[in-house]
Design a protein. Structure first.
Length: 332
């Protein structure tokens, strides 16, 4: 600061420097807070997503699909909690409704007395009268390679459980809901030849791993880009609100400086560039009556702040009472 500057100008100069430093620090803190806020949100969303995947994985692990080979029609089913699991290649065979082999044994609660002539046959039995494990054991003893249990009363998939030791069960079994059973059973009854089906793992079982990979690898990058763009937009909007329109600045009056016309208390230097005024310098007169080089103050008002660097009066609100130096206005 020039030694001839007034006390208020000295105070304002250092105050402005401090506030500029404070502004930079505040902007950095705003960005850090912004990042922390979105990081917390991202972590929460990531946790929810993993919980969803875990629930989906728990459910899809017991879900499977029955495919009718001839028509490619599919039915959702659920694998029993006992017995062997389905392999990735699936399990093929010919669906046989046990009621066509032995009347009165539609539910598979007893071992079939008649031999099934079809090779690799899969038993279709109805829910009820006996436990799931009994149905599967009876059909296994009858020669079936797998069992499909259909629900004729309720809709919705359930998991078939069994108590005690089930290590003797060597064939897989699945459960189908009411709608699927009522559609699949007639197909098995009216088919001119054995209905070939395939028991497959549900394709959805493979998706969670890919989902996790996408989330873990791509989401943090996308989130950080999103955070940075939002922060830049926010800073641009804030900066636009802080600066004065070019038209408003251009309407401020100007004068030509001459040392011979300077009064005793008039400033001798521009408080922005700290250069002394010389004859024929063009000065911009602020609403608060402070004067600066036109180039200096125009740049300040249109790129940094819309108020006077000395007294902080906003040039866009000309009716506002001038702070700090309102009682010590320099002469024009």
């Amino acid at each position: 600061m020039h030694p001839r500057a007034t006390f208020h100008e000295h105070h304002s100069y250092w105050s402005n420097n401090y506030k500029a430093l404070y502004k930079i620090t505040t902007e950095k803190n705003d960005f850090i807070n912004f990042v922390l806020m979105f990081s917390s949100l991202f972590n929460l969303l990531l946790l929810v997503h993993f919980l969803f995947l875990w629930c989906h994985l728990s459910n899809s692990a017991v879900d499977a699909t029955i495919i009718v080979v001839a028509t490619n029609v599919t039915y959702q089913d659920r694998i029993a909690a006992f017995g062997p699991r389905l392999t990735d290649e699936g399990f093929s065979g010919y669906l046989v409704s046990v009621e066509t082999i032995e009347e009165g044994n539609q539910k598979g609660c007893s071992i079939l007395k008649k031999k099934v002539n079809t090779e690799n046959w899969i038993a279709l039995v109805e829910r009820g009268q006996c436990s799931f494990i009994d149905k599967v054991r009876n059909m296994q003893a009858s020669g079936a390679i797998a069992v499909v249990v259909g629900d004729n009363e309720h809709n919705g998939l359930i998991t078939m459980y069994a108590t005690g030791d089930t290590s003797d069960v060597k064939i897989p079994s699945v459960f189908i809901a009411q709608n699927e059973y009522r559609d699949l059973r007639p197909r098995a009854l009216i088919a001119e030849k054995p209905l070939e089906i395939k028991l497959m793992k549900d394709d959805l079982f493979q998706w969670p791993l890919l989902d996790v990979i996408i989330v873990v690898i791509l989401s943090p990058t996308v989130m950080m880009i999103f955070i940075y763009v939002l922060w830049r937009i926010r800073q641009r909007q804030r900066r636009k609100q802080d600066i004065a329109p070019q038209q408003v600045v251009g309407n401020l009056p100007t004068k030509i400086f001459f040392e011979s016309k300077r009064q005793e208390n008039d400033p001798q230097e521009c408080c922005i560039c700290l250069e002394d005024y010389v004859d024929e310098d063009e000065l911009r007169i602020m609403p608060c009556k402070h004067e600066f080089h036109v180039a200096c103050i125009d740049s300040w008002l249109t790129t940094r702040k819309k108020f006077c660097p000395i007294c902080k009066r906003d040039i866009c609100t000309p009716t506002e009472e001038t702070p700090l130096l309102s009682n010590q206005e320099p002469s024009p």
